[in-house]
Design a protein. Sequence first.
Length: 126
Amino acid sequence: MTYTNASNLGAEHGIWLGSLDFYEKELDILETRLAEVAKKNTDAEAKAGVEHFQNQFIVQRNNIDELKHKVNEHAHLVFEDAKHHAGHVETSRVNEHKKIDDTVKTFEKIINDLRQEFNNFLSKWM
């Protein structure tokens, strides 16, 4: 097996989890705004938009939960590997780390696009 230094992997776990917590709180704010739109507008088009965003927010919350689980699980494996191999981890852990990083970056792009779409919706219905 090939091993590599684990020093920078742990820091990124914390950054990812912090970002996911931020987006979770942001979804709380967006849902509050969505409730305001739902309360003020009974138009069929507005209701369809409200339902669309309700569904999207549910999906993104699920994505956050899955990503947090994946990050925590990976962090645990890296910690255990580093503990048993004097601060080094198997190279396969680094590859897993890169995949999680890509997944987090993709999630961030999706949620930012969703936020922009939602802001456009708000500008029409608020």
